[in-house]
Design a protein around this ligand. Sequence first.
Ligand SMILES: [Zn+2]
Length: 649
Amino acid sequence: MGKAARNRRSQRSRSSGSGPGAPRVVRGGTAEALEMVEQVSAETEMPCRATWIDDPLFSTPGRHAVAVRGQRAPVLLFEPQRILAVKDPVTGQGHELRVDSMVAAGWQRVPPRYVMTGLPAEGWALYRTATGVELCDPYGCIVAEGRLTPDPEWVSDAVSLGSVLVLFGPKLGIRVPPGRSLQSYTEQERAREFRDGRRAGLVAAATVAWHTSPPEDALMWVLLREGAFGLDLPPLAYVPLLNLKPSGGPHALGFASLDRLGREPMAIPVTSQLAARITATDVDLIPTDQPVGGFAAGYRTPAGTADPMFPGWRAAAARYGRILVITGPVDLMPEGEQTSPSHVIDVIRRSHGALVPLTADSAPAGLPPQPQPESPGDDGEQAEYSELLTAKLRSQESFEVYTADTVGRLVDRDTVHRWLTNLWPVACQTCGEPLGTKAELCADPPGDTSVMLSLHHSSCRASGATPPATAMVQPTVSFAAGYLPATPGQPSIRDFPVMVVNPSCEQLLLDRDATGGWRNASLDEFIALGFRRPDGDLPPHIPRIRAALDGDQLTVTINPDAPDGHKWTLTPPPHVRDLLRRRRGLAISVTTKALPALLIPDDLPGAFGDPEAVTGFTIIERPGPRRRPALHLPWPRTPQQPTADRNVT
Ligand SMILES: [Zn+2]
């Protein structure tokens, strides 16, 4: 079924039912009652009338309504034809559901004795349209609309005040009772009807902002690539609010306000009520309670299967297993790619969003949906895991390392203990799982002149010197950022920011030295890059290190272009971040003698300057001129039948 057909179907199902003037009595809480509420609430078109606060309608015996600031306040009356009367079984008190819901939304219930003005309803708006007026709630949904040609003077007053007093209720004296004519239904009788309405609690009022032009309804779907706004977001679909109104709107669908997006970390909820079905040309939002035949809103690529961007968007959606749906009342990119990023951000912050999982049949062939990796990415995960393991180690006072005779013979029994101070039992090098308080020391001779020492679980690999073919997991990298104090115990701007890294906690490479003994060769790759033993001076600048401070996160990349490069990411303490920004550089110490994640700040200078460590200096890259779009620019799309969607409401 095409979207127009679906919309027509949806429209038909909404407008079916008894017409005005056919009272029905149903029991509350039944499906029939709910259906009736839905039907009547969808009837937004109703008689309306524009007048001023000095209309005889508002005169009460002995009292007239007061003009606002010496000016006649313009008033607009909306009189729904059908009412949703509810009788409270306990108190016997009658209610009208739409009036009650407006009172709940910040409107005032007009008391019997007087009409008050100047009580604004936040976010509500009254628009002049081509044929009359339209009352919209803060979410841009039309609550009431009517045909009207307002007096130019009335419009002029509305413009100069910027607002209109709006009254809503079934007894405002607009319609003429059966058997009466427009001429014979007198002002006194209308005023009496209005008074009766107030006595019955059937009138809601608010001062509402006036707009001389129709609302800029969002009618365009926009698809944005993943990572939009420079945030870690899956592919995004901006959906006009009007499209989701028939499904209950953003609140009912479990969407959250995005007013803090990009300002602070915020969790975007995953909705359980919608699923996204993505085909080669379409994005359809399907209510999860109607997986077959259900349809909430949809979009088709204008270029069909020839669309150059859509396959990439779809593949990314499949990779994430979900899309971010944002819905709002205003077009996201009214001027296409020329739209200013500040407009886009502003619209997003006035919108609601939720992550919408993909239906099982959404994945393109060969791209099974995968759970989205949690945000920090591989480096962050690795750092977190390392932190977890070292925290475990921190709680241990000591650990035992078993050393077989074969290892002692290979390395030299007397010096084995010396090398143990360079090994940290974080993770088993066979299985990668945390080591406990006991580890087995193994030695692999990769060649005549070198040997690799490593730590393992007893159950994984017993201590010994084994054939060189044995595969091992990557050793744990542990790092920490701190500072060398200019004056001990007194943090100051003269302190120097440093990072201490152990690139290989559980593995140690030894090489034969000139005297026939062994030396620690684990840091040779860093010496090859220009790192030097610390000598008390500023370490040498290493051109092949890149360091960047992105927000609070420091990332150091060693040898970025090589496959065996390293990348370390962490969030330094606040004082260190300040120093990094001030100095625009940092010194790095690479060592196997310390487990940096275990170092307390006081120990850091000692570890940094350890004679067996090697040190280098790097400059923090200046962030380029603020990229105009942190927005990875998108490509806007217009749906096929915007006007059809519009009619649904
Ligand atoms: Zn193991």
